[in-house]
Design a protein around this ligand. Structure first.
Ligand code: NAP
Length: 307
C-alpha cells in the first residue's frame, strides 16, 4: 500500500513516523510533483496539481483537519471519497478554549486583570448568569461538545445547525428561518460552523445587530465567517462588548490589521483545537483498514454541500 502526504504548512516528521509505525507494510512518502501514484493520501490545503496527478488513482483522500474549506476551491473528481477528521482529540480542546472565553467574559476577568495590574482592589457588579445566554453556531463534532460543556456551568445554551438537532440542556434552532430567533436569544455568540458558500460572512452588521446588547463574539470557526469591519464597528458602537478570535481571513493576521489594536478583542493564533498527529493517524488508519475490508466509514465530506 502506498500513502502520500501532501500537507501545506504541517511539520511532516511525526506524521510519517506515526504512519510507518502503525502501518509497517506501507510505503509512506511526501508528495512532490511527478511522484508515483499512491493508494491513499493525507492532505491539508493541497495544490490543484496534486489532485490532477493523484486523484484518479486514489482509493480515498483524508483531510488532516475538521474543516475542508481549503479543498472547496479545487476541482476534485466526484468519485474520489474525501474524509475529514472527526473530533480526533480536538473537541475537548475546543470545549476548554470556548469555556474559558465564556467564563472570562461572564466573570469580567479582563477588568479584574486590568485593575490588579494597576494595584486596584475592587469588585465588579455580580453578574447574573441568566443575562449571559450563550449561542453556539454549528452543532457538529465541535459545536455539540462545546454546547454540552457549557451546560455544566449552568449557562443558558442555545444551538443552531442546518438540520434539526436535539441536545440535552440545549435549546436547538435550525435553518435560516430560525437564525434570527437564535441570535435574539443569544448574548455570547460562539461560531463553530464550517466555512462554505452559505456560511461565509455570516457574522456581519445585521446578525451582530440581532444579538442581545453587550454581546460577545468567540470565533473559532474560520476567519471568513466574520466581516471584520462590521465586528469592529459593532464594538466601537458599544453593542458588542468584546470578542475572542482564534481564526482570521488571512493567517498569520497581517501587521496593521485593526484587530491587533482593538483592546476589546483578544487574539490567539489559530490554536483553539490543534490537530493531534497520534489521534488523527489512529483514526485514519482505522478507516483505511475498514475501507480495505469493503466496509463503509463515517466522516465522508459532501464537497457539493461544503462540509
Ligand atoms: P461538523 O461535525 O461537520 O459540524 C458542522 C455543523 O455546522 C453541523 O451542525 C452543521 O449542521 C452546521 N452547519 C453547516 N452548514 C450550516 C448552515 N448553512 N447553516 C446552519 N448550520 C450549518 O464540523 P465540526 O467537526 O464540528 O467542525 C466545525 C468547524 O470548526 C470546522 O469546519 C472548522 O472550520 C472549525 N474548526 C476550527 C478549529 C480551530 O482550531 N479553530 C479546529 C477544528 C475545527 P447539520 O448538523 O445540520 O449538518
Amino acid at each position: 500500500m502506498k500513502i502520500t502526504f501532501c500537507c501545506d504548512d504541517t511539520w511532516p516528521d511525526p506524521w510519517l513516523k506515526g504512519l510507518r509505525e502503525t502501518l509497517p507494510g506501507a510505503e509512506v512518502s511526501i508528495w512532490e510533483p511527478g511522484a508515483p501514484q499512491a493508494d491513499y493520501a493525507l492532505v491539508w490545503a493541497p495544490p490543484q496539481q496534486f489532485i490532477d496527478e493523484q486523484a484518479a488513482g486514489l482509493k480515498a483522500m483524508f483531510n488532516i483537519g475538521a474543516g475542508v474549506d481549503a479543498l472547496l476551491p479545487l476541482t476534485i473528481p466526484a468519485a474520489l471519497p474525501v474524509y475529514r477528521l472527526e473530533d480526533a482529540g480536538m473537541s475537548v480542546q475546543m470545549a476548554e478554549y470556548v469555556c474559558q472565553a465564556v467564563i472570562r467574559f461572564f466573570r469580567g476577568l479582563d477588568a479584574y486583570e486590568a485593575d490588579m495590574a494597576r494595584g486596584v482592589w475592587q469588585h465588579q457588579r455580580n453578574p447574573r448568569r441568566a443575562e449571559y445566554p450563550v449561542g453556539v453556531m454549528g452543532l457538529g463534532k465541535m459545536g455539540a461538545r462545546v454546547a454540552q460543556a457549557l451546560t455544566v456551568f449552568d449557562y443558558t445554551v442555545n444551538g443552531w445547525s442546518r438540520s434539526p438537532r436535539e441536545l440535552d440542556g440545549v435549546t436547538c434552532f435550525s435553518g435560516m428561518e430560525q437564525l434570527d430567533d437564535f441570535l435574539a436569544s443569544t448574548r455570547i455568540l460562539v461560531n463553530l460552523l464550517p466555512l462554505h458558500a452559505e456560511t461565509e460572512n455570516i457574522i456581519n452588521a445585521r446578525t451582530l445587530g440581532l444579538l442581545q446588547s453587550g454581546a460577545y463574539v468567540i470565533n473559532v470557526g474560520r476567519g471568513g465567517h466574520v466581516v471584520d469591519a462590521d465586528l469592529i464597528a459593532q464594538i466601537e458602537s458599544g453593542h458588542v462588548s468584546g470578542a475572542m478570535l482564534d481564526v482570521f481571513r488571512e493567517e498569520p493576521l497581517p501587521a496593521g490589521h485593526p484587530f491587533w489594536t482593538q483592546e476589546k478583542i483578544i487574539l490567539t493564533p489559530h490554536t483553539s483545537a490543534r490537530t493531534l498527529a497520534r489521534d488523527s493517524i489512529a483514526q485514519i488508519v482505522g478507516k483505511v483498514a475498514a475501507l480495505s475490508r469493503g466496509e463503509s466509514v463515517t466522516g465522508r465530506v459532501d464537497l457539493g454541500r461544503g462540509y
